[in-house]
Design a protein around this ligand. Sequence first.
Ligand SMILES: Cc1cc2nc3c(=O)[nH]c(=O)nc-3n(C[C@H](O)[C@H](O)[C@H](O)COP(=O)(O)OP(=O)(O)OC[C@H]3O[C@@H](n4cnc5c(N)ncnc54)[C@H](O)[C@@H]3O)c2cc1C
Length: 384
Amino acid sequence: MVTNTINRIDTTDEVNCCGCLACMAVCPNNAISKTVNERGFIVPTIDDSKCINCGLCLRTCDFKKEHKEPSNNKKAYALIFGDKKVLGKSTSGGAFSALSDVVLRESGFVVGSVMEDDFTVHHVITNDPGYRDRMRGSKYVQSDIHEIFHPIKDLLVKGEKVLFSGTPCQCAALRSFLGQEYDNLIVVDLLCHGVPNNNLFKEHISYLEKYYGKKIVGYSFREKKFGWDSYTNAVRLSNNREKAKWINQAYYSFFVNSVSLRPSCFNCVYRSYHRYSDITIGDFWGYNKIAKKKKNKGVSLVIVHSDKGQRLIEDSAQLAEIYEVEVDKIKKNIQIKSTSTKLSKDAFWKKYQGDGYSGLVHKYFDNSVLKQMRFEVKKIIKKM
Ligand SMILES: Cc1cc2nc3c(=O)[nH]c(=O)nc-3n(C[C@H](O)[C@H](O)[C@H](O)COP(=O)(O)OP(=O)(O)OC[C@H]3O[C@@H](n4cnc5c(N)ncnc54)[C@H](O)[C@@H]3O)c2cc1C
């Protein structure tokens, strides 16, 4: 039984835990396990009878570390993937596909987030291009990475090339877990607004299944058919029909209004120009103005932080149109400040714990006929 609790992570400190579970992966005595709390967020739990108080979890937790000053040696690019079908399935301009294609062609491995048939979102590793395709598209849900730390390390030690993609906290967690630099590892992080949890998303799915009276077999958070910037959440029903009604947007509205985000996202230490990655990717809003283009199917913003990242972006030029842009022009695309919300998070979660997901929809989502009509009209205009 351990009495000294100073030398280990504080599992009650939600604001300073991003739920990466690097602590669990690094624990030499398997004393840390994954728990999902009453609001659905992944948190570590320590088994006192197994904890040897070695302090490794605390030393590995990157969220609480001092962070370096941002580096200024950056280059920024706009990227548009060449294959229109791939571009249509990518959230932005298909930067992830371009970068990961290069790694797969060199017989490397790609690590990224997939959504399973039961809507579980987690990270997987593959060297199969078909399976990699399932990583395409943003899932605005925390992707569980706890199972991939050790397999990634094994591959790196064997000398295999690995591209890891994820949110900035996931990238920092991986680097901290590895504890050393690997020349064969490329880290690609996303510009990140923050993450809601998987349970809330699954409840959204159940809510919509009741609404449509059918099983949902597919979900897209950013259906591009209605425009790159339309943020349309589309579902595929078991009768193979696609529905993109206003009600689908409920979960997304909680996400963009930030009220459903993980508590640590409000205290994010990675929202800066300094990154734990070789490359950062995101939506390149405003690119049309810079390039004086009228319309497009999405543009990726690519920010390069290292020589390794620079080589990869140069190699991906065979697959995509790539234009260098002045770093000053991209500053407004990078969220520097922590997320905040005008809504009361306490009241939101209290409602959820009292009345469930439908209670949230009733209280926080404007499902008025006017809203629905405006959404439908916008969709028609965008499609035209
Ligand atoms: C939770 C979240 C918040 C984001 N917030 C912003 C933002 O505020 N501003 C902005 O410009 N861009 C944001 N992005 C990034 C943007 O939505 C695109 O993912 C990014 O531009 C890559 O698009 P793409 O066209 O290159 O490729 P895509 O094929 O669309 O990208 C897929 C990539 O995203 C990764 N991914 C998908 N879902 C997750 C997840 N849940 N967790 C970790 N990795 C995931 C995949 O592993 C893969 O690497 C966010 C992404 C996520 C997942």
